[in-house]
Design a protein around this ligand. Sequence first.
Ligand SMILES: C[S@@+](CC[C@H](N)C(=O)[O-])C[C@H]1O[C@@H](n2cnc3c(N)ncnc32)[C@H](O)[C@@H]1O
Length: 206
Amino acid sequence: MSGSLQVLGDVSRETSERLSAYAALLRKWNPAINLVARSTLDDLETRHFKDSAQLFGLCPTDARHWVDLGSGGGFPGLVIAILARELAPDLHVTLIESDQRKAAFLRTVCRDLGVAATNVIDSRIESAKPQGADVLSARALAPLPRLLDYADRHLAPGGVALFPKGARFAEELDAALASWRFDVQNHPSKTDPQAVVLKLGGIARV
Ligand SMILES: C[S@@+](CC[C@H](N)C(=O)[O-])C[C@H]1O[C@@H](n2cnc3c(N)ncnc32)[C@H](O)[C@@H]1O
């Protein structure tokens, strides 16, 4: 992994080495448990690492608990945890992933890379204890209305949700507004011209 994640500016050599070690473990485990689509392995850095890292810049400075839902191979949550180790040492990261083999992978990466302030919950989002997150993220998990049900369970009052979405994000926002009200900012994706990162606050049922 290059020392500059571009979307973030420079990271230290130690962080860059941790990200590279994570990428190596991902390549090793991927054939067995399909952590990311094989077609994306040639472009891991942009498709997964930079795509995840861009969310870090949207994190409120006073956030203490970031919860990533349906983390899969660790995107975006585990990239955030690795960056936080250097850039936001007071930020604790929780990864919720119900697939036991993927959860085992996430724990292995955290242990091998010394990413200590990270907790992996290997249960379903719907049954995990409410997390009181300051920041909630989920990539490629569910349509926005379902993500808002999850936010209702796991977000603290005043917390924000960061949801990367594709070109049809406006339709998802319309569908969600039938049952929810929220403030929304659309941040153009730094890795995909069709995509956005939705930043939602003030989430409440209509
Ligand atoms: C399409 S993958 C996306 C993984 C990752 N966020 C990414 O962008 O690469 C969705 C992941 O969410 C997990 N998942 C789906 N529904 C879940 C639920 N209700 N509770 C916990 N994990 C769930 C799946 O096991 C899978 O690993």
